[in-house]
Design a protein around this ligand. Sequence first.
Ligand SMILES: Nc1nc2c(ncn2[C@@H]2O[C@H](COP(=O)(O)OP(=O)(O)OP(=O)(O)O)[C@@H](O)[C@H]2O)c(=O)[nH]1
Ligand SMILES: [Mg+2]
Length: 307
Amino acid sequence: MSLSVGIVGLPNVGKSTLFQALTKKEVNIANYPFATIDPNVGVVEVPDERLQKLAKLTNSAKVIPTIVEFVDIAGLVKGANKGEGLGNKFLANIREVAAIVHVVRCFENKDIVHVEQSVDPLRDIDTIQTELQLKDLETTEKGSAVPENQQLNKKPVVYLLNCNPSDVSQELLDKIKGLGGAVVMANLQDELDMQSLLEEERNEFGFVSRLPELITKAYEVLNLITFFTTGPDESRAWTIQKGWTAPKAAGVIHSDFEEKFIRAETIQWEKLLEAGGWSEAAAKGWIRTEGKEYVVQDGDVIEVMHG
Ligand SMILES: Nc1nc2c(ncn2[C@@H]2O[C@H](COP(=O)(O)OP(=O)(O)OP(=O)(O)O)[C@@H](O)[C@H]2O)c(=O)[nH]1
Ligand SMILES: [Mg+2]
């Protein structure tokens, strides 16, 4: 199971619209060879202003953000767990992802067909959740041991309410928040349409994209954190799982580094900016020397010392 995020929901709620809006924002796709494995899998940059600030501080020639992978999964319908509407295939797709963005239609539009003929976000959320639960139950009943990633219903969720944020009542929002996942509101059609415009034009419309918030939330529910390396050659954001020790994190930079790890010179990104540079921070005694047991923190800037 890769650390990807599956876009899930009823048919025709805006999943592919979201996928397109997200993946159009790809930069330097060539940097990531797996970007083209499958047309419905796309890598998306994780927006992070800390990285830009570090790059400016150390005058980096290159800036390499970290990414999160999104998968556009076809719509699920009632009865999917029994194979309705190719349901089993799609449920299998969900098994492969580590987290779910559940797109919920909240917009009214008579021209866009709703499979249940009416807009009812709570009912729709329940339909999808029930399908995931029933599939989990079926798996359990078959008597096979249920591996972690069969637990469809336990995957972390971000609910994406597809409409203008002002269209969602506080009552509905509270109810959805009460379901336990993170919630983001975005008008996906606008998100997609606005991408063809220049930034100045977008500003004229007063349009503020909600996609950065979605990407950040997805990253969070995956339990991922970011550490940085920075210097004149490049500033780079690296993704690790929360709780990883310094050698394991170093292994993400280069697989050899995990075994050959000696120590990590470490400082939080803000401290480094405050000092004005690595040698300035060192002169102040702000660079910490951390050993093999050190658990890397979100926002650490690290220089790995290895044999
Ligand atoms: N008015 C409006 N229409 C939208 C919005 N988002 C998507 N649509 C329209 O809804 C239709 C379905 O969108 P898709 O993104 O293809 O939906 P989907 O969830 O991928 O559908 P399936 O792949 O069939 O499950 C398209 O005609 C979109 O243009 C929105 O925010 N507002
Ligand atoms: Mg689609």
